[in-house]
Every structure is written in C-alpha cells, then in structure tokens.
Ligand binder design. Structure first.
Ligand SMILES: NC(=O)c1ccc[n+]([C@@H]2O[C@H](COP(=O)([O-])OP(=O)(O)OC[C@H]3O[C@@H](n4cnc5c(N)ncnc54)[C@H](OP(=O)(O)O)[C@@H]3O)[C@@H](O)[C@H]2O)c1
Length: 258
C-alpha cells in the first residue's frame, strides 16, 4: 500500500525513491522494480543523467500517471541562462512526460541567479510543465526571498541523524512546506551506528528502517532513500508496521549533538 503525506492539500507518496547513480539499463531495472514493489514517488535531476532511464521505467510501469509523483531538478548553471525553460523542456522530452509533479532549483545560485531561477519555475508552472515548484539546498533567508515571488511547495535538503535541521523543520512546519530529506541513510552509515543498531534491535527492525521511520514520524518530512538492491528497496518500504516511541525519537535526534 503506498502511503502519503499531505502538504498544501497535495498528496505526496512516502518514502520516495532516490535515483542518483541509478543509470542505464541497470538503473532502469532497479527503478522499474521499485515501482513494481510499490514506490510511487521518484526523485531525479538533470544532473543525474538518468531522466531517460526514469522515463522508460515510469512509462513501462503500467501504473497510471496520476498515481506517480515525479520530481526533477534544474542545475544552477542552466537556470541562470536566458533560455532556461528549454532545460525543463529537455527534461520532459527525456522523461517522455508532458509534465512532472515537482520541479526544483537544484542548488541556489547568487541572488540574481535565483531570481532568474524563480522566473523559470513560474514559467514552467504556468505552462503546466510542473504541477508544483520548489527549491533544494536553500537556507531560510533564501527561502524567504523566493517565497515572496512564487508558490514554493518544497525545499529538498540533506537530512539524516548526523545533520541538525531543527530550524528548517520548524520553518517547514510553520509554512506548510514539504521537506524532502535527501541522503536519508547518510549513504548507509546509519547501519554501523551503535545507537541506531541498539534501537533497531529493540524494535526488531534494521538500522535503515529505524532511520526512515524516525524521518517519517517528523511533520512534513519525506525521505527519498536510494536503493539499488532488491533487499534495500523492499526493506525501505517496510516501515509502516511499527511506531518509534518518543524517548527513542529523541535519542536519535540527539545523535548529531554528540
Ligand atoms: N538535492 C540534492 O542536492 C541531493 C543530493 C544528494 C542526493 N539527493 C537525492 O537523494 C537520494 C538519496 O540520497 P543518496 O543516494 O545520497 O544516499 P542514501 O539514500 O542515504 O544512501 C544510499 C546508499 O545506502 C544504501 N542503502 C539503501 N537502503 C539501505 C538500507 N535499508 N540499509 C543500509 N543501506 C541502505 C544504498 O545501497 P544500494 O544502492 O546497494 O541498495 C546506497 O549505497 C539520491 O539518490 C538523490 O535522489 C539529492
């Protein structure tokens, strides 16, 4: 059963699938397999050079387009250019889709560059190239600026137990923004963490599952773990049959203050 969270009255399936380094036929196979297992939210970017592979997996999945939530991102050196909308059109061609669900500025540029990026997002939004628009790796002052100009839905940020994002979490909650947590497993590092391992043993789950569940129990947060292997893809979906108690939530939240 796909699960979702509601942000600005929009449903976002959780968890999403990170696809960085899932490229070529092997990448396409992993993404197809993920969709067959039940993933309904796929995160790609121009920078990942796999939009064609994501497009093949999505278009051959047999899953109705409106059941899938597809995110892509435009790189700063492209969105500052005059013809930046052509990069969005290029993404759609590669994905073989007439729209994505969420289009992001991948990283902030300088202030002028961000303004150009926002113009691009708004143009894409009005042309219905994307249902929703947002940013990634923006800090709070940068977010404040762009939110004055455009209906920002999301900030995609690095978030896992080794990074303190308390202020951003508060900001996201107060402003009903989706906070997509990238690198949610700290690239597998959580599996070797003695604190997380001991909590995992208590719940009969893996450290990866504990970390994803900890993220999912925080308001507005959607983790997007990358899974190339069958074992991980499946494991990362099986995070809805248990609840982490408050005291254990706090222990994990405190890891980054050690
Ligand atoms: N916006 C940005 O600037 C930005 C930056 C970085 C990443 N991202 C996005 O975030 C996604 C996820 O981040 P990431 O790929 O950097 O790191 P990640 O998801 O934290 O970690 C992926 C690594 O962890 C392994 N793994 C997956 N599930 C596991 C589990 N249950 N237990 C233990 N290990 C597990 C994977 O192995 P296998 O592959 O072998 O399964 C892979 O080596 C990216 O793919 C990308 O879509 C966005």
């Amino acid at each position: 059963m796909p699960r979702s969270i509601t942000i600005q009255k929009q449903q976002v399936p959780v968890p999403g699938l990170g696809t960085y380094q899932l490229t070529g036929k092997e990448g396409e196979r992993a993404i197809s397999h993920a969709i067959a297992l039940g993933y309904r939210h796929i995160d790609t970017a121009q920078f990942y050079h796999n939009e064609e592979d994501v497009g093949n997996a999505v278009n051959n999945s047999g899953v109705a387009r409106n059941q899938l939530f597809i995110t892509t991102k435009t790189w700063p050196t492209d969105f500052v250019k005059k013809n930046s909308i052509s990069f969005v059109e290029q993404s759609l061609r590669k994905l073989k889709l007439d729209h994505v669900d969420l289009l992001l500025l991948h990283w902030p540029a300088d202030e002028n560059g961000n303004e150009r990026g926002i113009d691009m997002l708004l143009e894409a939004y009005h042309k219905q190239y994307s249902r929703l628009i947002g940013v990634s790796n923006f800090n709070i002052p940068q977010l404040e600026k762009v939110r004055q100009k455009a209906p920002i839905f999301c900030n995609q940020i690095e978030y896992h137990p080794y990074i303190n994002q308390r202020e951003m979490l508060e900001y996201g909650k107060n402003n009903d923004l989706l906070l997509t947590a990238y690198t949610p497993l700290a690239r597998g590092k959580v599996s070797k963490d003695s604190t997380i391992i001991s909590i995992a043993e208590k719940y009969g789950k893996t450290p990866g599952q504990i970390t994803l569940r900890w993220l999912l129990q925080q308001k507005n947060v959607c983790p997007i773990p990358k899974g190339g292997s069958e074992k991980h893809l499946l494991e990362n979906l099986q995070v809805f049959d248990f609840q982490i108690q408050n005291e254990d939530m706090e222990i994990i939240s405190d890891i980054n203050s050690h």
